[in-house]
Structures are given as C-alpha cells and as structure tokens.
Write a protein that binds this ligand. Structure first.
Ligand SMILES: [Zn+2]
Length: 81
C-alpha cells in the first residue's frame, strides 16, 4: 500500500501516466483513503496546467516539483494550526 510520501514523490509521474499499472493502482488506493493526498494531487494538477498554459514549450518539471514541495509544506503547516 502506498503512503503519503509515495504520493509526494511520484505525483507528477502519476499524473502523466508514467508509472507502471501496479504502482498506479497502489497510489490510487491511497488517494481513495487519504483526503490530504487528493487535495495535494489536485493542487499539482492545477500547477501543471498553469505552467503548461504559460509556457507550453517547456515541461518545467523542476519548477513543478519545487512548487509542489512548497504546497506540501504549506498544507502541513496549515494542519498544525
Ligand atoms: Zn496520503
């Protein structure tokens, strides 16, 4: 069974469909039970769409990962409040 850290590490591959089927299913089942990761993944999808709209010719994968990491840190500090 996938864990939250797996979602964080493999979110962009999951969205792009680059993971093997078994891995996708494992992440999918985690998303079913974990609301935090669903929200996290939605935020990444929005980010990717925004980046692709702004810069369609550059994949900007590093920017997405940096941004995703920031979102994750922000959502974790939200939880502590
Ligand atoms: Zn999770």
């Amino acid at each position: 069974m996938a864990q939250c850290k797996d979602i964080v590490e493999e979110a962009s591959e999951y969205i792009d469909g680059d993971l093997p089927l078994r891995r996708r299913i494992s992440l999918f089942y985690h998303l079913v039970i974990c609301k935090c990761c669903r929200i996290y993944l939605q935020n990444i999808k929005k980010t990717i769409n925004t980046v692709r709209t702004l810069r369609p010719k550059e994949p900007a994968i590093h920017d997405i990962k940096d941004f995703a990491e920031r979102l994750r840190v922000e959502s974790e500090s939200e939880k502590l409040k």
